[in-house]
Structure formats: C-alpha cells, structure tokens
Design a protein around this ligand. Structure first.
Ligand SMILES: [Mg+2]
Length: 385
C-alpha cells in the first residue's frame, strides 16, 4: 500500500472511495453590471461539482467563469463537458485522501482545464475534511490567519455611481480598498474617471486598478506615472498576458507596483515572471492554478522571489470563495489582501450560511471541509436546463 496523506482507520478508508461526481451549470443574477475591458456580465455562471463518497459524504466545489470563454479559454459548457467525459471518470473508484495523486490523473486526462480541475480538487478537500471532521485548511498545514482584508471592485464605468457604491461600502465598514476596472474606455476617459473617484474618497480608501490586458506597452508607459499621481497603489495586468517581457520593462520604469494576473497560471508561468522580475505582486486564483495545492505552489515560488501575494477572484459564490480562503489561510503573508466579494455581488448566494464580511475583512468559515453547505433549493432554481 503506498503512503497516504493521512492514516485513516481501515473501515473508514474503504468508505472514502469516490463513488459519484455530478457537475451542474448554474446562472446566478448579479446586483449590478460588471464591466471589464472586453466584457460585461449581469449574471455569473458557475459549474458546481458534487462528489459523493462511499461513506455517503458529499463534497462540493465550484468552477467560475466570467462572460463565457473570454477571461480565459474555459466556459461553463466546456467545463461541464470535460468533467463529465474526461475528468470525473479518472476519479471514480479512487480514494479521496490521495489528492495529489488525483491531480496527476487529471493532468493525464486533460491539458490545462484548470478551473474544472480546481472545482474537482476543492470537492475532494471538502469531502475528506468532512469525513475526518477537520477544515480543509488543516489538511494543507493549518491556519496562519482566519480573516483577510477584502476589497470591492468598482466596475460599472460610471464614476458617479461608483462613488456612491464605494460610499455605501465604507459606511457599512465592509470595504475600504477598491479595485477599479479600466480599459473599456479610452485611457484619457479612464484617467478622468479615476481622478474623480480618488478625489471623492481621498484619505478614506485606497485604490488599485485592473486593465485586464487592455493596454500596450506605450500606453502603459504613458499612463503609469498618471496613475501614481492619482494615488493608485497597484496596477494589475496592464499589458497582454503573452507580453511578460514587456511587463518586465514596464516594471523597471513604473512608479507604481505592478501585479501579474492573466500571465500566471502554472507554477512554470510564475517561475518565468519571477526570473524576469516582471511583477511586484501576483494574483492567486483556483481557476488558474487548478486547485488549492497548485495555488500554494505558485505562492511558494512568488514568496521565494520576493513577489507579494494577492487573493484574486472570478466573482465566485461562497462555495468557491471558501475554497480560496482555505488555501489562503496557510500562506505566510497575504499583505495585499483579497477580492472575494463575489458572494455580495450575487442576488442570492448558493450556500445555506454565506461567508461573513465584517470590519473590512472576509472571515474563514469554521466547520469541516470547506465549511459551507450548498443550498439545494437555490441550486435547483439557478440550474441551467
Ligand atoms: Mg485581474
């Protein structure tokens, strides 16, 4: 018998084989339009994975997308098809406590498909944690922090609405860091919009921006000093993901720190960015790193290179956000906070007890596994038929 992650009693071990996996596409309405440089959404689409063990425990996981296969190559339709046809069959009959080995099997079955793999791995952590009565974070080395500063994204494109939205979040002590999505308008219009927001919130909030690859190197070189002047503290992925060399050239001249997002999926991508000194910070996401173990590998490379860590999101519900929090909980440093506000942008969340937001932080749920339970009524209601 090969080494296992945990020495489970023999009778329990027999029961922890993965018996069934279902993948359900859901479309959940959002409270407002969310505009990125190249897309705009009014409903969030996820694939919810339910993974049932022989012992009857059901683990859950979520794969999030943003506007179809536009943010990355995966769409909910492709995620479900690839789980059903290629990935789930690799896990059926396998013991749930061999999570790293399961990752190897998934990589044999499919290249990339990181959001799909991340949802399956999250469900394995949830099922194993519930079986053992321990939180997923404990299976990854335990908790360093049980709450993380959480920012809010302003992405309607209308500065009057955005200032009002920020004021409401500040008054409720929910968020005092705001990420503003830019790149859908001209740089000149974006600079005017940002200057307006910065002036309205001056001294009470900090601002970061995300261009989602919308600019080229020349425009970036022109705009970065203006962003520093406005008081922006971090600029995310100004140039296309392929242009890591360009990002490195910009970083050498930028008066404001730069964050890598779309250019870092695999640990190898992280190593490439680190070797070129192309970023000050990296955005960590399960959909990019194929799960909690992959996320921690990318984080370790960043940490070794002196690159700061930031918890990114794709507007996950409390299911996906909880999985991220368990992976973030054991990192040595999360100095840039996280953006898991997804549960609050949904008209209704997918879990019985949503994640807790208080005093500008999001809190790690307690309880075994991911610490959140699916609201099956809502799952049925939002399921695509
Ligand atoms: Mg981003």
């Amino acid at each position: 018998m090969p080494d296992t992650v945990l020495a489970l009693p023999a009778d329990l071990r027999r029961d922890v084989t993965i018996a069934e996996i279902t993948a359900t596409i859901v479309d959940v309405p959002t409270v407002r339009r969310h505009k990125l440089s190249s897309l705009s959404v009014t409903a969030q689409s996820y694939v919810i994975v339910e993974l049932r063990l022989g012992n009857g425990v059901i683990g859950i996981g979520e794969a999030a997308t943003l506007g179809g296969p536009r943010w990355s190559e995966e769409s909910v339709e492709a995620i479900k098809a690839n789980i059903d046809t290629y990935l789930a069959p690799m896990l059926i009959g396998q013991p749930v406590d061999r999570i790293a080995a399961a990752g190897l099997r998934l990589d044999e079955a499919a290249k990339r498909n990181n959001a799909a793999k991340g949802a399956l791995e999250s469900a394995m952590f949830d099922a194993l944690g519930q079986t053992l009565g321990v939180p997923a974070a404990d299976l990854l080395g335990g908790v360093v922090r049980d709450r993380i500063p959480v920012l809010w994204t302003l992405a309607s494109g209308d500065p009057v609405q955005e200032i009002e939205e920020a004021e409401r979040k500040l008054a409720a002590r929910l968020h005092n860091i705001f990420k503003i999505k830019i790149g859908a308008q001209s740089p000149r219009a974006d600079m005017a919009r940002l200057a307006r927001i910065a002036a309205a919130l001056e001294g009470r909030a900090s601002l970061i921006v995300d261009a989602n690859q919308a600019w080229d190197e020349t425009i970036s070189l022109h705009c970065l000093p203006q962003l520093a002047e406005i008081g922006v503290t971090l600029v995310e992925q100004p140039v296309p993901a392929w242009n890591v060399a360009g990002l490195a050239r910009l970083r050498a001249r930028s008066p404001v720190p730069l964050m890598a997002d779309e250019c870092v999926f695999s640990p190898q991508d992280m190593q490439h960015v680190a070797s070129l000194a192309a970023a000050d910070v990296v955005s960590l996401k399960l959909v990019k790193h194929a799960g909690l173990i992959g996320l921690q590998k990318v984080a370790a490379i960043a940490e070794a290179a002196g690159i700061g860590l930031y918890g990114g999101c794709l507007l996950e519900s409390s299911v996906g956000a909880a999985a991220h929090l368990h992976a973030f909980a054991g990192l040595r440093s999360m100095e840039w906070g996280c953006e898991h506000f997804g549960p609050q942008i949904l008209v209704e969340d997918l879990v019985e007890e949503p994640l807790r937001f208080a005093d500008f932080h999001i809190h790690l749920p307690s309880g075994p596994g991911l610490g959140v339970r699916l609201d099956r009524d809502r799952l049925r209601r939002f399921a695509r038929h």
